[in-house]
Design a protein around this ligand. Structure first.
Ligand code: ADP
Ligand code: ADP
Length: 223
């Protein structure tokens, strides 16, 4: 269970992106829904310890995520909204590179890991292809493979379905649902169906405030 308490963040330009957010996120798929500018990415980046809140705490079970960022990054997988890859590098080589960055040093171990991950996201057959030739859906599945290096206990996925066609979207969401059976997955999105289709719990934020949290159908009925 991820427990967020009294999280607030005001940027240097005066925008209050997070206003006293408190939220419990149990194991499984959790949807964070809100319009553009609501504060979803700010919350995702803060949980991923990529930016500091002004106030508040974040705990995963008994661990304080903000206290030891290095330890947090070891147990966290993150697919940012703007996920950059080198277009001229093959999927296999790029994933190997990400594994090095995550501290998997032994070459043989990396080879096994890269193969297992590429198979899991169904990109093994196209492993030699350059990332620049991938469709949006393939790129997002590659992004998930990268986020799963190191067996994370918490996976954060920021607006992953924007720009995917319906088939790619379904394929991608099914993959996330599989992962959500094992670990906490937080999916941020402005698309209601992403949440109603596969999340067990959800929250809605607007203008940096938590508007409601609960089970998707209950929550949406309450709107
Ligand atoms: P801080 O976020 O640390 O308070 P800044 O406001 O200067 O500092 O912004 C940090 C980074 O976020 C910069 O790279 C900036 O270009 C980017 N940024 C600034 N304003 C926005 C915005 N409205 N939406 C998204 N990114 C922004
Ligand atoms: P969402 O992901 O829901 O679209 P964001 O967290 O990106 O929302 O943005 C929330 C608010 O904070 C917006 O008004 C946005 O312009 C502003 N913002 C986001 N990042 C920055 C930043 N680095 N610096 C200044 N303002 C930012």
């Amino acid at each position: 269970m991820l427990s967020i308490r009294h999280l607030s963040k005001t940027y240097a330009n005066g925008v209050r992106a997070l206003r006293d957010i408190s939220l419990d996120i149990p194991n499984g798929m959790f949807g964070l829904l809100g319009p553009n500018g609501a504060g979803k990415s700010s919350l995702m980046r803060t949980i991923a310890t990529l930016q500091d809140p002004d106030e508040g705490s974040i705990r995963l079970d008994d661990m304080d995520l903000l206290a030891d960022k290095q330890a947090t990054r070891r147990l966290l997988g993150y697919l940012p909204q703007e996920f950059g890859v080198y277009p001229k590098v093959s999927a296999e080589a790029m994933l190997d590179h990400f594994a090095v960055l995550k501290g998997v040093v032994a070459k043989g171990e990396r080879r096994e890991l890269v193969e297992a991950l590429l198979r899991q996201v169904n990109l093994w057959d196209v492993r030699k292809r350059k990332l620049g030739s991938f469709s949006g859906g393939m790129r997002q599945r590659f992004g998930i493979a990268q986020a799963l290096i190191g067996d994370p206990r918490l996976v954060i996925v920021d607006e992953p379905t924007a720009g995917l066609d319906p088939e790619e979207r379904n394929r991608f969401l099914n993959l996330l649902a599989e992962i959500g059976e094992r670990v906490v997955v937080i999916l941020s999105t402005h698309i209601v169906e992403d949440v109603t289709d596969l999340c067990q719990r959800m929250a809605i934020i607007g203008q940096g405030q938590l508007l409601l949290a609960g089970e998707p159908y209950e929550a949406i009925r309450a709107l």
